[in-house]
Structures are given as C-alpha cells and as structure tokens.
Design a protein around this ligand. Structure first.
Ligand code: OOG
Ligand code: MG
Length: 254
C-alpha cells in the first residue's frame, strides 16, 4: 500500500474509532497537493460505506482561525450526508476525539459553479444562505497539524448544523456573529472576517475544488469557513450561534 493510501486508511480508522492518530513525521510532510490526494482517497473509503458527498467546507478563511491552528493557507474539504446533524438536536461527544464548534455561513447552490468565477457569478449561483455551525475534530493528536496534514484530514471537518435558510440576496458582508455556550457569549466576530466578504469563500471554493477536478453542483452546500476561533465541546453544553439578519441555531452536547 502506498504512503498516501495508508495515511487515508489510518485517518479513516481514526474517524471510525474516535481515536487520535499521529501527524506525518517532519521528513515525510505532505505538500498541499499530496494532502488533497490523500483526502480524495479517504472520501472514497467513506463512499464505499454508502456516504454521499453533499458539498464542501472551506477552512482557514479568517485570521482568527489561522492564528488558532498555526496554518495560514485557505483549505477545503468534503461534506458528506452523515456529517449533517439536526438543528436543535444533540451531538454525541463519544463519536468524536476532541470536537470544537465554530460559527459559519452556509450557501446552497442552484447552479453549477466551477473554476475562475467572479463574486457576482458566485452570488448568482446561490439559492439560499443560512447560519451554520461546523464541528471540527482533527484526527491528529493534540489538534496539531501542518498544512499537508490538515488537508489530508478533510480539513478537520466532522459534522455540521444548518439554521434557517434566508434569501440569496441577503447582504452578508458584515454581520455580527455570536457563539454562546450555556447562554454566555464565548466568541464574537463579524462575517467580514471571512476573506473580507463570505462570498469570496464561495469564489475560492469554485476555484480550489476545480483544481482537484471536483465540481460544485446545484444542491451542493458550501460552508464559508469560521469567522471566529472554535470552542472545545464537552457533554452538557448548550451551544448557540446567532447571526445578525440570518437568525440562530442551537444544539446540545450529550
Ligand atoms: C482546520 C479547519 C478550519 C475553518 O472554518 O476555518 C476550518 C481546523 O481548524 O482544524 O474549518
Ligand atoms: Mg470550519
């Protein structure tokens, strides 16, 4: 088995057993392109179990996120149907290694969007927008990784919640965002922190996925990346994300 296939299988096992695994050793670090090849192989393993890819998540699209994990390049990963959780429902801590929650904005597409597109073209491809929370759960020990590691690990994506859908022409350029735990604000930010405008994350998604031969199709969900740092989760927490104009979503950790 190649190093790529072996790493994809090791990361997949980490997901299935909710057990952390080691980073690539210094001398064998993946570059981003190799990381994406490992990610693609890992997704094939999940598809073989019946999971379906329903969209993509962008990662490290804000300074707050880059600073929290020490990687300063935008990345992406795939979302599958089994990662989606019911808004208002519960997240089972035992299914994860060291989960964190972060507030995001989700787009759902009504048109194919791929390659070099403008902000205006991206906006025209949007069917609706929603507040969202992504659960990230790095499969690596101590939530530490290089760029190649995190890309191979599907950009840490583990689960996500979507709030109510809003009209596609809602101005999301500078919306206040609050992530609260048990009614206390833990992270506060603005959607402008996402590449200056969340629509730029969609432009980046079209361009970066196309480079890997992945096409964004109508019905696909795209998460724009978090505007704030992520908050570690523990059983008993009631988590809520509130976004100006877009509304709120909540879930509990059990
Ligand atoms: C990497 C994934 C980053 C985001 O929204 O910026 C990400 C990580 O923080 O583990 O999902
Ligand atoms: Mg995220």
């Amino acid at each position: 088995m190649s190093v790529l296939a072996a790493t994809a299988a090791r990361l997949d096992r980490a997901i299935l057993t909710a057990t952390a695994t080691h980073q690539m050793p210094e001398a064998e670090q993946f570059d981003a392109a190799t990381g994406y090849a490992v990610q693609a192989q890992g997704i094939e393993l999940r598809k073989a179990r019946g999971e379906q890819v329903i969209g993509v998540k962008m990662g490290l699209t804000s300074r707050a996120k880059m600073a929290q994990v020490g990687v300063d390049e935008v990345t992406w990963g795939r979302l599958t149907d089994t990662m989606r959780r019911e808004e208002g429902g519960a997240l089972d801590r035992a299914q994860f290694i060291h989960p964190r929650a972060e507030p995001e904005i989700a787009f759902i597409l009504k048109r194919r969007l791929t390659g070099e597109v403008s902000m205006a073209e991206a906006a025209l491809a949007v069917e609706a927008l929603a507040p969202a929370v992504e659960i990230i759960d790095s499969r690596y020990e101590n939530f530490r990784f290089s760029l190649g590691d995190v890309v191979a690990d599907n950009s840490s994506s583990a689960a996500f919640f979507l709030g109510p859908w809003a009209r596609p022409d809602t101005d999301v350029s500078n919306l206040g965002i609050v992530l609260s735990v048990d009614g206390v604000a833990r992270e506060i930010g603005s959607s402008a922190a996402i590449l200056g405008h969340p629509m730029r994350a969609l432009v980046a998604a079209a361009r970066m996925t196309a480079r890997a031969g992945h096409v964004l199709e109508p019905g696909d969900i795209v998460l724009a990346g978090a505007a704030t740092a992520a908050v570690p989760l523990a059983p008993g927490m009631q988590v809520e994300a509130e976004m100006q104009r877009l509304g709120r979503l909540a879930f509990s950790v059990v």
